[in-house]
Write a protein that binds this ligand. Sequence first.
Ligand code: ADP
Ligand code: MG
Length: 320
Amino acid sequence: MTGDKDSPIIRIAHSIIEEERKKGHKGLADKLNSILSEKLEQSYSKHPTLKVTRGAEFKVPVDRRYRLPLASHVEHENLRHHMILSQEIELKIQRIEKEYMARERLAHYGLKSRKKILLHGYSGCGKSMAAERIAWDLGLPFYRVRFDTIISSYLGESASNLQSLFTSISDYPCVLLLDEFDIIGKRRDAKSSDVGEIHRIVNVLLGLLEEYEGEGILIATTNLEDSIDKALFRRFDDFIEFPKPGEREIYDLLRMTFSALKLEKEIDLQLIAKDMIGLSYAIVAKIATDAAKKSILSMKKQIELEDLQKSMEENISLNK
Ligand SMILES: Nc1ncnc2c1ncn2[C@@H]1O[C@H](COP(=O)(O)OP(=O)(O)O)[C@@H](O)[C@H]1O
Ligand SMILES: [Mg+2]
């Protein structure tokens, strides 16, 4: 099945569904409709309409000295994408996705889709995951810049490594994640004589970000502990702040993690969620999966409150 919503076969399928609905077979019509939507979604993510405008296949460029790749690829099926987000953040992410899908229509009116995004917020609150989710939803290949390779090679070559990565990727529709990209300005082993060079590399990166007009989406992340330079904002088309989860998001994340498991009736997830306010998504998920694993390993039929509380204590003390 092709993902084209206007293809004849799909129009026929829709008309059959409508006929059944008119006949009063609502249940059947709804069921057929949901099967059709599911198939369309699957075929869309399997056969993304990738178009390499100029140049040939994308080959990840390597560092000149050690021949190590400057970006790593994550397979589509390994992209994390089941996210629980507040309505506000969810809508901002959907806006990026919708604009990307409508980029040609927007271009008709001289408008550009959002394609350079800065995600900022606490560690473990979904910044890297959001980048993966966008690639998942849009069926785009996903690459993460290897800053370790870029800056571990000779300093003098870091800037040209960055340049070659950006040049080769610009015609290739993909999501390129520059995770914790400010790390590049903080090389700890830098000698004082290197400071000027590091400054230059940071400027090269900012220049490349500013100039990027490629076919894909660039997503840069930075953690909240690091104050962001105001000058940075104008290089991006969008900026999203990722907060810690509220009670509702914690509750939903617990429900999602425990969805395949039974809970002892003493467990009141609303209360537990209240107790977890202030923790990051990553810690909430870890507490829940630790408790789930414990109950599976000990062959218990359900998750016990005691195990959940123990997992909470352990993870909270580890993260203080
Ligand atoms: N919004 C979210 N919904 C569900 N799980 C989340 C969310 N944010 C983070 N997580 C969990 O925390 C882990 C770390 O998230 P990540 O995106 O790497 O955080 P960071 O903001 O530090 O980049 C994820 O693998 C996932 O288990
Ligand atoms: Mg991250």
